[in-house]
Design a protein around this ligand. Structure first.
Ligand code: AP5
Length: 225
């Protein structure tokens, strides 16, 4: 039997584990992870025109304008490796972005998103996760000072690179990001609920438990429609 092509979206507040789960899911399903946050951070690091434009929004915890991120996604989805599916992490963030995504997919290959996972985590837990997050400057591997600490507190287990804290993981910026999320997410959830492709997943528990819940949701066993 031919395997279904998975075109997935991971929704969830900052710190809900989208990046962590995306890595596991892309390994399992062999599809690329497309993270607008990662693409924007790389542009900031390289000081490209896009990076310079995005930086001030990101450092204030605000969303980068829709036309900028939609352009990034359009270009990325045209690449060969997306033809057998993909996993969007952190996009869409607004209903305008969701509508633009539908148009892009229609034009590209007359296809649509197959499933949207909404990771649900309470604010107290999100604050703990974000304030303790550390990332390797060299390979991008993620850690948490309490929940997933590296063997040596300053260096990556994988490559020995220096670990750093994201600029937007400072307390004030975290609060601004959570407020933006609270405003934008309800209409987005409704958008996918109406399309009957939304799966609500409890994002609290071990990384493995959550991974298994997501897989069950993708298989359709816990579809919330
Ligand atoms: P983005 O990079 O997308 O950030 P985010 O949505 O705020 O999400 P995070 O990356 O902070 O968290 P995550 O859910 O991936 O959690 P993680 O797995 O790392 O966006 C950053 C900025 O870019 C935005 O604010 C905006 O400015 C801009 N942007 C991006 N996309 C945009 C768009 N579409 N439109 C406009 N602007 C856009 O986990 C967090 C921590 O928790 C880690 O330390 C991890 O180890 C730990 N952890 C994970 N799972 C568990 C668990 N089960 N138990 C305990 N700890 C855990």
């Amino acid at each position: 039997m031919e395997e279904a092509i998975l075109k997935l979206i991971l929704l969830g507040p900052p710190g809900s584990g989208k990046g962590t789960q995306a890595k596991l899911l892309t390994e399992k399903y062999g599809i690329p992870q497309i993270s607008t946050g990662d693409i924007l951070r790389e542009a900031v690091k390289q000081r490209t025109e896009l990076g310079l434009k995005a930086k001030k929004f990101m450092n204030q915890g605000e969303l980068v304008p829709d036309d900028v991120v939609v352009g990034i996604i359009r270009e990325r989805l045209e690449k060969e490796d997306c033809q057998r599916g993909f996993l969007l992490d952190g996009f869409p963030r607004t209903t305008e972005q969701a509508r633009a995504l539908d148009e892009i997919l229609n034009k590209l290959e007359d296809s649509q998103i197959t499933g949207t996972i909404n990771l649900e985590v309470d604010e107290e837990e999100l604050l703990k996760r974000l304030s303790g997050r550390r990332i390797c400057r060299e390979c991008g591997e993620g850690y948490h000072v309490i929940f997933d600490p590296p063997t040596n507190s300053d260096n990556c287990n994988e490559c020995g690179g220096e670990l750093y804290q994201r600029e937007d993981d400072q307390e004030d910026t975290i609060k601004a990001r959570l407020a933006v999320y609270a405003e934008q997410n309800a209409p987005l959830v409704k958008y996918y609920q109406e399309k009957k492709i939304l799966h609500r997943v409890d994002g609290k528990g071990s990384i493995q438990q959550i991974f298994e819940r997501i897989i069950a949701a993708i298989k359709g066993s816990s579809k919330d429609d």
